[in-house]
Design a protein around this ligand. Structure first.
Ligand code: 6PG
Length: 245
């Protein structure tokens, strides 16, 4: 499997949302399929937000492409809302993936947004610790906000949350969040960012510029292996060379 080195991420640029979602689905299937070929189970940490919706729908449309019953699902972060709320990251995955793929309920590791945030973080940290005792996450998929945040880790002067999961405050609604920490997110065999839209171009350019990447929170997630960035043309607009596929 190709991957960029930790200090030189691999970047692939796609013309639009469909080709981006197709490439992302391929990445997910290869990473998880490869893991299932080697072990009895595979683990995937997935993001919320709007960008991954098309990816999830595409995966749901080809259920035979993977033995989904052996996949463990975790979330990068959650908004502190009820699971039925349209703002819930769990709800996005429930409606697009869980409703359509044969995922095993006991392998779906939901972050409990309806609980007091510190309690939800404590419970999730224990669940993630148990998973990481078995080995790194096979795939961590992350989005990027226009301000450079990823998961619910926001840029700024505050301390970097430690442990494996933390209750945090976002600078915009929904403010109360629980997020995996950089240490947890970095514990992976494969790290992929999926980013689309012109409003992300400046954050992407900073994240991929060695002189500026410390300004975006993605810099705090130091993976063991390389990082792959899957971008649409608009999110890549601030990059100097054309890398479109
Ligand atoms: C969330 C996320 C978050 C997201 C980015 C990008 O709960 O909002 O997990 O980190 O990935 O904000 O979101 P969009 O895809 O909606 O731009």
């Amino acid at each position: 499997m190709s991957s960029g080195r930790a200090d030189r991420p691999e970047v692939r640029v796609f013309a639009g949302p469909e080709s981006l979602a197709r490439a992302a689905a391929e990445e997910v299937l290869v990473a998880l399929g490869d893991a299932l070929g080697r072990r009895s189970r595979a683990s995937w940490v997935l993001p919320g937000g709007s960008t991954p919706r098309r990816l999830y729908e595409r995966l749901a449309s080809q259920p035979e492409a993977l033995d989904w019953a052996r996949v463990e699902l975790f979330w990068t972060d959650e908004r502190c809302v009820a699971p039925r709320s349209p703002a819930s990251n769990f709800a996005l995955v429930r409606d697009t993936l869980l409703a359509k793929l044969p995922l095993a309920p006991d392998r779906v590791h939901r972050l409990r947004g309806e609980l007091p945030p510190a309690e939800a973080a404590r419970l999730y940290a224990a669940e993630v610790a148990a998973e990481l005792e078995r080995g790194p996450f096979d795939l961590v998929l992350l989005g990027l906000g226009a301000d450079g945040h990823t998961a619910s880790l926001f840029p700024g002067p505050g301390p970097v949350p430690d442990g494996l999961a933390a209750a945090v405050k976002a600078p915009f609604e929904p403010r109360r969040r629980v997020t995996l920490t950089p240490a947890a997110l970095a514990n992976n065999r494969r790290l992929v960012y999926l980013v689309a839209g012109r409003n992300k171009a400046a954050a992407v350019a900073r994240a991929l510029d060695p002189d500026h990447r410390a300004e975006v929170v993605s810099d705090r997630i130091v993976p063991r292996g390389g990082t792959l960035w899957l971008l649409d043309r608009e999110a890549a607009a601030g990059l100097s060379r054309s890398r479109e596929r």
